[in-house]
Design a protein around this ligand. Structure first.
Ligand SMILES: Cc1cc2nc3c(=O)[nH]c(=O)nc-3n(C[C@H](O)[C@H](O)[C@H](O)COP(=O)(O)OP(=O)(O)OC[C@H]3O[C@@H](n4cnc5c(N)ncnc54)[C@H](O)[C@@H]3O)c2cc1C
Ligand SMILES: C=CC1=C(C)c2cc3[nH]c(cc4nc(cc5[nH]c(cc1n2)c(C)c5CCC(=O)O)C(CCC(=O)O)=C4C)c(C)c3C=C
Length: 541
């Protein structure tokens, strides 16, 4: 969160709203930095982890399987991933860390073209030539060659616009946006490129245009500047703060940064929930942390004299009075419970909305149903096609899982007990809905979503009806799982942060996907660390 945070008095009481990875890591960092403070985490559900959910279930034959019903991979080159790896080391769960090599087939990404064919996103000269012969590449070459010479148009320095409008201006055509980038927007935001804020999702490119008049010119200059981001000790500025804050071994952290920068994706054996489960178990042992499950926070209010914050749960029952309150929930949910009603202007509370994703998992235990040329991370669907099934994309979990390498090689005893050949299987996650569900988020039934998933797998991957009908299926509607980063979001966020600072005088902070640098797991973890650190440094009244 931008802006200063108040320094904590000794034995301070801290409340945290939300037991997802943001709330848990914030609690971990703060309670470790300041063992004198007492932290209470409020989580509305019976479990922690939020959207991180690695479901342990059984296939049709009763054998155990794990299905990811939320995120599954972390960016290697990211401070948050390094923080998570180091926490896992402290929790003695580091052997769960695994990675995908750059050259791995699991790092091949596909786009769906208008003929229902998978087209690989180029990563070599051959795939580039193949890609260029597909209509998905229309407008790329002319857009690229002319980009440096295109003017800025009438956009003023601080103005926001949709990502579609920004990219179309820079490329001199709309095709690059609708054919290519719209698919990437489906795979990160589940959103429509025409309503995403360019400043929020590609702020750096917008800054390049502002500063250098061109994205290409800016990125060329930035490449040389970027090198300064690693300090002489081999740490990034954030990891350097972490090293100091927790007296960590600098060389081990530098090693993690160097190694992870080589890997496009990091995962965890047992699924990403290995992290939140282990962290929850650890926090449950700490005397200065209290986890209150099944407690939905309804609203918060500040005592004008003491600056203490009272937290009310269901039926307006006060569940605690705190020196500092951390809110990690999606801002679009604040309106429903009236979290800030009477505290922040109504027009600010009305603005945020969210996207809902329909997640369908498919499992076939007996064979790999993906052909050799289909082996990859998965495919994304661009917006340039009619899409009655409302498909955003499909992730090939079995390919990713089969290509993971352990980051910490196992000891020799474990090597001998490992099965020699892994049985073949197919595990896919089909993601539908998002912006296609419309403003009202009308959620289809499980049968409708599974039928749309079957239609997609049959027509795009050629999987037979028999295999589809006899596989294991799971469906979950991840309601309002991602904030909608509307045009003007950065200004909205800044206004909320300013109003919160004024109203709560640095005693309330905002985290989670809506307030971190980006919506990814590493982003929210980095944000949790930086704010916990800020509160320990803090300012005095
Ligand atoms: C389908 C999908 C795929 C994704 N894939 C990736 C990926 O591959 N890689 C990646 O890095 N990121 C991915 N993400 C993003 C990732 O899931 C988020 O970054 C991360 O889960 C955010 O965690 P959080 O704790 O901020 O929020 P959440 O997970 O939303 O946690 C918030 C918690 O607050 C609780 N809560 C809400 N309201 C209240 C209340 N009033 N009182 C008490 N508790 C409350 C909720 O129950 C929840 O447990 C994906 C997200 C989705 C939805
Ligand atoms: C290729 C298929 C993909 C589908 C389908 C997909 C769906 C999907 N993803 C999110 C949210 C996020 N995904 C993120 C990263 C990410 N997603 C894919 C591919 C697909 N996603 C890739 C290759 C990556 C990058 C690898 C990685 O870094 O993990 C992220 C994190 C982004 C970040 O900046 O870290 C989010 C968030 C949703 C909601 C979704 C549903 C359609």
């Amino acid at each position: 969160m931008q802006g200063p945070l108040k320094c904590l008095p000794s034995n301070a009481r801290i409340g945290v709203v939300g037991g997802g990875i943001s709330g848990l890591t914030f609690t971990y960092f703060l309670a470790k930095l300041r063992p004198d403070v007492h932290v209470t985490v409020f989580e509305s559900k019976p479990r922690t982890g939020g959207w991180i959910h690695s479901l342990d279930t059984k296939d049709g034959e009763g054998n155990p399987i794990m299905l990811e019903q939320g995120p599954r991979t972390l960016r290697g080159v990211s401070d948050g991933t390094v923080l998570m790896a180091d926490i896992l080391k402290d929790l003695k769960k580091h052997t769960s860390l695994q990675y995908v090599r750059k050259s791995s087939r699991a790092n091949k990404k596909f786009l769906l073209d208008t003929n229902n064919q998978l087209v690989q996103v180029p990563n070599s000269l051959i795939t580039l030539l193949k890609f260029c012969s597909n209509s998905l590449s229309n407008g790329v070459v002319s857009g690229y060659l002319g980009e440096r010479f295109r003017g800025k148009g009438s956009r003023s320095q601080d103005e926001d616009e949709s990502l579609h409008s920004f990219i179309s201006r820079r490329m001199g055509n709309e095709k690059v946006s609708t054919n290519l980038l719209s698919a990437v927007c489906h795979g990160i935001y589940a959103d429509d490129i025409k309503r995403l804020s360019a400043r929020k999702v590609m702020g750096k490119l917008v800054d390049f245009e502002d500063q250098y008049g061109s994205i290409l010119r800016g990125s060329k200059r930035d490449k040389s500047q970027n090198k300064k981001e690693i300090t002489p000790s081999g740490l990034t500025p954030v990891i350097s703060l972490y090293e100091n804050a927790f007296s960590k071994d600098r060389y081990k952290l530098a090693r993690l940064i160097k190694d992870f920068a080589k890997y496009p994706m990091i995962g965890l054996a047992g699924g990403l929930e290995t992290f939140t489960r282990s962290l929850t178990q650890e926090l449950a042992k700490w005397p200065n942390v209290n986890l209150e499950l099944q407690t939905q926070v309804q609203n918060v209010s500040k005592d004008p004299l003491s600056s203490h914050i009272t937290v009310n749960a269901t039926d307006n029952v006060a569940v605690g009075v705190f020196d500092h309150l951390r809110i990690t929930t999606n801002p679009s949910t604040w309106r429903e419970t009236g979290l800030f009603s009477g505290q922040l202007p109504q027009e600010l509370l009305e603005r945020p909305h969210s996207n809902t994703v329909l997640l369908v998992n498919y499992y076939w235990p007996h064979a790999d149903l993906l052909r050799k040329e289909q082996q990859g991370f998965g495919y994304l669907v661009p917006q340039n096609r009619t899409n009655p099934e409302q498909l955003l994309g499909v992730i090939f979990d079995s390919v990713i899982e089969k290509n993971y390498k352990p980051y910490y090689p196992m000891d020799t005893k474990a090597l001998f007990t490992r099965p020699l050949r892994r049985p073949e299987y197919t595990k896919l996650t089909i993601m539908l809905g998002g912006h296609y569900l419309g403003e009202r988020h009308t959620t289809p039934t499980a049968n409708t979503a599974i039928s749309a998933a079957k239609y997609s797998l049959r027509n795009h991957l050629g999987i037979s009806q028999d295999h589809l009908d006899n596989g294991t299926w799971k469906f979950v509607a991840a309601q309002n799982c991602l904030p909608q980063f509307f045009v003007g979001y950065p200004q909205w966020k800044q206004q909320v942060e300013e109003d919160v600072l004024n109203k709560f005088a640095g005693h309330l902070s905002l985290g989670g996907m809506g307030f971190a640098k980006g919506p990814g797991v590493p982003d929210v973890v980095t944000d949790s660390f930086l704010d916990a650190y800020k509160m320990v440094q803090g300012f005095q009244e």
